[in-house]
Ligand binder design. Sequence first.
Ligand code: PNS
Length: 160
Amino acid sequence: MGSIAVCPGSFDPITYGHLDIITRGAKVFDEVYVVVLNNSSKNPLFSVEERIELIKEVTKGIPNVKVDSFQGLLMDYAKRVQASAIIRGLRAVSDFEYEMQITSMNRVLNDDIETFFIMTNNQYSFLSSSIVKEVAKYNGDISELVPPIVETGLRAKFAK
Ligand code: PNS
């Protein structure tokens, strides 16, 4: 069996920053499961189904990427798909404390699954789904931040 990694996140919605991490992760691991999970501290704009559709569309050119969702603990999902690794993106030092906390917790839950961090391309080091939503809400230009289909989805949400 080849190496399997899980790339978890809220993806509300997926940005070019996420896509950068997924693309580079898919060069290292044989299979990458991009999985939409619930972050209990966030109130999502897109439904899980909408987020999955957007991720599927923008990753369709990467053959070893699979898209899924899960209600529960990341480590339970990773075990279920027999992953040996978790991939997370790191943008800046400010991400470090949060990532250390979840990685340490995940290690307590399952010490056999290793977390790997990929540093985001400098171009996207400021980028987050929250910032994109903020700019889109006030009709700002987000064309450099998200793929066209995501931009369309955001415009539709804020037109309501
Ligand atoms: O994109 P995000 O919001 O930074 O991703 C965070 C996410 C969804 C990966 C994290 O909240 C998570 O793993 N949630 C699932 C629940 C879980 O496993 N919690 C234990 C680790 S603290």
